[in-house]
Design a protein around this ligand. Structure first.
Ligand code: AP5
Ligand code: MG
Length: 213
């Protein structure tokens, strides 16, 4: 089963993708994570996209389609979760063609619906353990009182360079201008299901589970 998690920054795509990986053995393909890894490792591509990402703008279709194309041959018996991809109509067309060429298809596109106000507060409260990548949120999942990661004991926590109000505004604009047309695109193909992303994480998980069966 191959699915897309579609939604604005902070909708909870990454959070739910990780749950699906644990529960169903699916493989998460997050273009945001791939691009951040390229940035950190200082590859030519990473250096090229760093400023664009930090400002909250979209990286070119060519780069992200290339990243996804490289991953589609990976072993994924449980299927792929596309997290943050596609983000433009050109990317959606390219994904359809790539899957077709492998004899595969998309099964579900899940739109996670949230309010802009909640997005700002979620994102400005988000942090990640610098050692193991465990996610925290000052509002819903605070760093333990002893200041150590509950998973690995690490004490360094990072905030994303694009998790500030200016970049977030640009990210939201990019979502409404370039990505939200995908809602109509997949609706017309009969693939779209929308879930309420404003409920608690476990409730969103259960709504998605109902869709996937
Ligand atoms: P990307 O990494 O994809 O970022 P994004 O889409 O802005 O989304 P986020 O990762 O910020 O949010 P999320 O929906 O994953 O939410 P999360 O689960 O973390 O992309 C970053 C950049 O890379 C882009 O701006 C662009 O420059 C580039 N890029 C990436 N893909 C691209 C593409 N295809 N084309 C072009 N450019 C691309 O949750 C957020 C917080 O809320 C967390 O702290 C979480 O704990 C909390 N939370 C989650 N769910 C709930 C809930 N139900 N209740 C309460 N809190 C919750
Ligand atoms: Mg994410």
């Amino acid at each position: 089963m191959n699915i897309i998690l579609l939604g604005p920054p902070g909708a909870g795509k990454g959070t739910q993708a990780k749950i699906l990986v644990e529960d169903r053995g699916m493989v998460q393909l997050s273009t945001g994570d791939m691009l951040r890894a390229a940035k950190t490792s200082g590859t030519e591509m990473g250096n090229k996209v760093a400023t664009v990402m930090d400002a909250g703008q979209l990286v070119t279709d060519e780069i992200v389609i290339g990243l996804i194309a490289e991953k589609l041959d990976d072993d994924a018996a449980g299927g792929f979760i596309f997290d943050g991809f596609p983000r433009t109509l050109a990317q959606a067309d390219a994904l359809g063609s790539l899957l077709n060429s492998k004899g595969a298809s998309l099964d579900y596109v899940i739109e996670m619906q949230v309010d802009d106000e909640v997005l700002v507060s979620r994102i400005t409260a988000r942090s990640t353990c610098g050692s193991c990548g465990e996610g925290y949120n000052d509002l819903s999942k605070p760093i333990p009182a002893n200041g150590a990661c509950s998973k690995c004991g690490g004490t360094d926590f990072n905030r994303r360079a694009d998790d500030n109000e200016d970049s977030l505004k640009t990210r939201l604009m990019a979502y409404y201008k370039d990505t939200s047309p995908l809602i109509g695109y997949y609706y017309a193909k009969g693939m779209l299901t929308s879930v309420d992303g404003l409920t608690e994480i476990a409730q969103v998980e259960s709504s998605i589970s109902k869709v996937l069966g």
